[in-house]
Design a protein around this ligand. Structure first.
Ligand code: FPP
Length: 230
């Protein structure tokens, strides 16, 4: 990769697993399995080239209304990656952090997640946030209610501390695959000044080289944060 300005924090909306599978006349679960394999490949590459924080949208609050069979397949993938084959996540040597309300998951998966977050808490190769049953509007409403329950007014700094991303810098770059051009209730508060990159590729086919192209594109942008020069 040529000399470029690297984002500190990249967030991914990993869209297109279902369509990728359908085009191959395979069930949606086949797409999700390919999707999670690609997630470890692309995220490992991001850390390797020097990105410090990666956030992935694994399951939105709205995704929970999908058919039970699809949710069971996704839960099984969590079981595999957080327990049975957890070395696939562990080998990245990064801290794993889960954002969202995981109380809706089967108890064994919640336990596996807790174990993995504890096991990786001393890893210093980077930070990987995995968003599960995460919704940005719900996150904002919860933060407002917390402030109200404390009887406090908030400013931007104290409000950020009430979000699930407290202490984590906002994403510099948000990449969405699958051809849709929207944020779908992902990190709405944190994305105020994120650079957005949309790829027509389906998530399972988004390659390491595609990631580098997205970063090169980011690197060439002028981030002015409302000012007149970056
Ligand atoms: C969107 O594609 C993708 C999801 C709803 C799930 C993404 C989840 C993973 C890649 C697995 C994460 C696993 C772990 C262990 C963190 P879609 O199904 O909406 O695709 P479509 O738009 O083509 O139907």
């Amino acid at each position: 990769m040529k000399r470029i300005k690297l984002p500190v924090h990249i967030a991914f909306i990993m869209d297109g697993n279902g369509r990728w599978a359908r085009r191959r006349f395979r069930p949606r679960a086949f797409g999700h399995r390919a999707g999670v394999q690609n997630m470890t490949k692309v995220c490992a590459h991001a850390f390797k080239i020097g990105v410090r924080i990666v956030t992935v949208f694994a399951l939105s609050t709205e995704n929970l209304s999908r058919p039970k069979e699809e949710l069971d397949e996704l839960f099984e993938l969590f079981r595999v990656y957080f327990c049975k084959k957890k070395e696939r996540l562990l080998e990245m040597q990064v801290k794993i952090n889960v954002l969202g309300d995981i109380s809706v998951l089967p108890q064994d998966i919640q336990d596996d997640i807790l174990e993995m977050t504890e096991e990786t808490s001393c890893y210093c190769g980077g930070l990987m946030n995995i968003c599960i049953n995460y919704g940005a509007r719900q996150e904002i409403v919860r933060a407002v209610n917390t402030a109200v329950s404390y009887g406090r007014f908030v400013d931007e700094t104290s409000f950020k501390d009430l979000l699930s991303t407290s202490g984590i810098p906002d994403p510099d770059l948000i990449i969405r695959t699958g051809g849709e051009v929207r944020l779908s209730n992902f990190l709405l508060y944190q994305a105020a000044y994120s650079e957005l990159y949309f790829s027509k590729k389906m998530w399972p086919e988004f390659s390491r080289r595609d990631l580098e192209r997205a970063i090169e594109n980011y690197s060439a942008r002028d981030r002015r944060y409302g000012n007149i020069r970056g």
